[in-house]
Design a protein around this ligand. Structure first.
Ligand SMILES: Nc1nc2c(c(=O)[nH]1)N[C@H]1C(S)=C(S)[C@@H](COP(=O)(O)OP(=O)(O)OC[C@H]3O[C@@H](n4cnc5c(=O)[nH]c(N)nc54)[C@H](O)[C@@H]3O)O[C@H]1N2
Ligand SMILES: Nc1nc2c(c(=O)[nH]1)N[C@H]1C(S)=C(S)[C@@H](COP(=O)(O)OP(=O)(O)OC[C@H]3O[C@@H](n4cnc5c(=O)[nH]c(N)nc54)[C@H](O)[C@@H]3O)O[C@H]1N2
Ligand code: SF4
Ligand SMILES: [Mo]
Length: 684
């Protein structure tokens, strides 16, 4: 059976599931889908292990112990939904905004993410959720510069002569892009990686610039500085297809490589070489391509950094080539019919308050007020594991532990979050339900057809919200639409559904070099170095270096910067409970540079305490060249209960927001590291 990988990964692979006697026996990459090329990552190759996991939730559960204890009893669907509906009705009668949905990208399918859920919450008048935890800083940065989440077609990276991989461990998190980069490398392309961590990807590139976290905008401005000084500029392209060149020029000239080298803590020569390589492509009329990923925007200045980097291809006219330009996300290219799917008309004129998912810790603990609105009384979580993934988990746990909070969690497994639920509802996996997918790392639509029947009594998210709507007495016909029909609604007539049914995928049919002649989807139609829209909001119209909230070198107590990038065999907190994958990652690890370890009397393999003013957690220290001096890498995102001391790295991260897009600052975090107290080690 043909399907689509549902995970929050740019690659959105086409899956082929082998079914024998009603059981899925194998999940493989579809060889007929060019982007997948018949290859899956190690994680999803283990999909049947996850689907038939002995701890898979198969029945609705009702809490019997204190919150967080994980003690539950099985109940019938009807009993669970009747009680949930009664509780929600009581709260909604006072104020529906006291009910908050909490979801992210456990599945990226249009149907099982917000397809039916949005209809339900719109009809209810629940609070809006600002779904900001991943990509909004970079997304807004891109939108203010290029006009949307748009960019190069990923397949053409294979023809690039220079590929800059900026804030991405592609081998771990964007494997199918890496295949194209490898092709380019074999054809003589140079690969440069910009990443504080010497990742699996960084060590396979020709150059690696290990800058301090949160200094990417400075680096991009210094590259511009060198392009200007050496006149490696496509003046025709700049004149015809950009806005704000004189202003940007002046700004960039303030960023000499020498000044920037101090801020980024890298050698001046590396900065000059980066600019020279980029400029050389202009001189030789060869395509230069930048693959940004979200790793560089999880800091205070993440939006500005994305803006600065997105300006580069217009300066050298790299967009003239189909293998030139920049790609962060292609999601803005997909014609999803959100109004038909989410039905904002069901709001009927109401405009509820918005809760930012990043500050859920603070918001669950906030009292009613004029500025905040009503105290949160009910939370419905699906496709997300906030107790593990949201920042400052001490606060998040305190909020979830509130006895007066009514929490429902739709899940596959008893996650850290599910432990705090009043009801846990078993959801189907991708092998068991319909869905249709856009992508953010390529430009094909994919269909997912169920390969097997639901495991146990599990139901799809859409089905659960449909049934909950019925129990609430919502009688609009849209609450009767089936999952398969929702798949058709998602793209309307913009995509040939028959093609999807036959092949499993359908390319969008986009131009090869969309911005060769400008035509950016901005209001001006040009690449906006200067954004009038930002200036009108009282913000800087130009990109700039915005220092981290917790800037390296500014704290005596917490002298190390910590980033917490994904571990290769997990996907955020998904797969941590899959034994074959956890056996590879073994246990939570902190990579630390030899000099930083020695200064603290730490040797490889020691259990260490990582701490700051927000909390602490225990990890195994790996003294490693993957860490640069001054920066430790707390690899993510472990389930708290499967970690060393019932916590994880987010115990230390902060709830601050980015400059643009109200995003998270997971990698803008100062810490100190010390040998763990013996007592804690002995209890392991
Ligand atoms: N295996 C695996 N794949 C994944 C994920 C996963 O958890 N595991 N997560 C998925 C998700 S949710 C997303 S959003 C995508 C993208 O996910 P990303 O989180 O962008 O994933 P990575 O490609 O690992 O990129 C992060 C890289 O950015 C680096 N980095 C950290 N701070 C900075 C900085 O300030 N500047 C620069 N230049 N680099 C920095 C990190 O060291 C790391 O190598 O990948 C998805 N794919
Ligand atoms: N410290 C630190 N924290 C981070 C990050 C980081 O790099 N460092 N990365 C951040 C990023 S980029 C992201 S995107 C977020 C990710 O945060 P989340 O979106 O919460 O991602 P996951 O942890 O993978 O949790 C998804 C959950 O959804 C469930 N799920 C999957 N499919 C379905 C379904 O069909 N139905 C239901 N009901 N449930 C389903 C899975 O079982 C899983 O428990 O984490 C963020 N947190
Ligand atoms: S997680 Fe990414 S690479 Fe792995 S199968 Fe899914 S889409 Fe493909
Ligand atoms: Mo993400």
């Amino acid at each position: 059976m043909l399907g689509a990988c549902p995970h929050d990964c740019p690659d959105t692979c086409s899956l082929v599931t082998t079914v024998e006697n009603g059981l899925a026996t194998k999940v493989q990459g579809n060889p007929a889908h060019p982007q997948t090329g018949g290859v899956l990552c190690n994680k999803v190759s283990h999909y049947t292990e996850r689907t038939y996991h002995p701890e898979r939730l198969t029945q609705p559960l009702k809490r019997t112990g204190p919150k967080g204890s994980g003690r539950f009893e099985a109940v019938s669907w009807d009993a669970a939904l009747t009680d949930i509906a009664a509780r929600l009705k009581t709260i909604a009668a006072r104020n529906p905004e006291a009910i908050v949905p909490y979801s992210y990208a456990g599945t990226m399918g249009q149907v099982q993410s917000e397809g039916m859920a949005a209809r339900f919450f719109n009809r209810l008048g629940a609070s809006f959720l600002d779904r900001t935890i991943c990509s909004t800083a970079g997304g807004e940065g891109l939108t203010h510069t290029l006009g949307g989440k748009v960019g190069m077609r990923v397949e053409f990276f294979a023809e690039s002569k220079l590929i800059i991989i900026w804030g991405s461990n592609s081998i771990g998190s964007n494997l199918h892009f890496w295949r194209y980069a490898q092709q380019a490398k074999r054809n003589g392309a140079k690969l440069i990686c910009i990443d504080p961590r010497r990742s699996e990807t960084a060590e396979k590139c020709h150059d690696h610039i290990a800058l301090l976290p949160g200094t990417d905008a400075a680096l991009a401005l210094a590259v511009m500085h060198e392009l200007i000084r050496n006149n490696w500029l496509d003046h025709d392209y700049i004149t015809s297809h950009t806005v704000g060149w004189p202003e940007l020029r002046e700004r960039a000239l303030q960023w000499s490589p020498e000044r920037t080298a101090t801020i980024c803590a890298v050698p001046v020569e590396q900065i000059k070489n980066l600019a020279r390589d980029y400029g050389q492509c202009f001189i030789d009329r060869q395509p230069a391509a930048i693959r940004m990923n979200y790793g560089m925007q999880r800091v205070r200045g993440g939006g500005n950094a994305a803006r600065a980097i997105a300006c580069l291809p217009a300066l050298t006219g790299a967009w003239r080539h189909r293998a030139g330009g920049v790609l962060l996300s292609s999601s803005g290219l997909f014609p999803v019919d959100r109004a038909a799917l989410h039905r904002p008309d069901l709001l009927a004129g109401r405009w509820p308050r918005t809760i930012n998912m990043i500050t859920i810790g603070n918001d669950l603990l906030a009292e009613s007020s004029d500025s905040f609105g009503p105290k949160v009384e009910a939370l419905i979580v699906y496709n997300s594991n906030p107790v593990a993934v949201a920042p400052e988990s001490g606060r998040v746990v305190e909020g979830f532990a509130r006895e007066d909070l009514f929490t429902v969690v739709l899940e596959h497994f008893q996650t850290d979050t599910a432990d705090y639920a009043d009801y846990v509802l078993p959801a189907t996996t991708q092998l068991e339900h319909w869905d249709v997918h856009s992508a953010y790392g390529h430009t094909d639509v994919l269909l997912n057809r169920p390969a097997i029947a639901p495991v146990g009594e599990s139901k799809s998210n859409a089905q659960i919200f449909r049934e909950l709507a019925a129990h609430m007495g919502f009688d609009e016909p849209c609450f009767l639409e089936s999952d398969e029909s929702l798949c058709r609604t998602a793209f309307g007539d913009k995509v040939d559904f028959n093609e999807l049914l036959v092949k499993g995928f359908a390319p969008l049919g986009l131009p090869e070099a969309p911005y060769a002649n400008g035509n950016f989807p901005t209001t001006s139609g040009k690449c906006e170095f200067f954004s009038e829209r930002l200036a009108a909001q009282g913000l800087d119209g130009l990109p700039d270096h915005v220092p981290n909230y917790e800037t390296f070198g500014t704290s005596k107590d917490f002298p190390l910067a910590m980033i917490s990038p994904p571990a290769r065999n997990f996907l955020n907190s998904t797969f941590v409970n899959v034994k074959s994958l956890r056996d590879i990652e073994i246990e939570p690890v902190l990579e630390i540079h030899a000099a930083d370890a020695a200064a603290r009397g730490i040797v490889n393999g020691d259990v260490v305490k990582v701490f700051n003013q927000r909390g602490d957690y225990l990890v195994r220290a790996e003294v490693s060249a993957r860490a640069r001096p001054g920066v430790v890498n707390g690899m993510g995102i472990w389930w708290r209960k499967l970690g060393m001391d019932g916590t994880n790295v987010n115990q230390l991260t902060s709830q601050h927001l980015t400059d643009l897009g109200r995003g998270p600052v997971f990698y803008d975090c100062l810490v100190e590291v010390a040998l763990a107290p013996q007592a804690a080690v002995a209890s392991q």
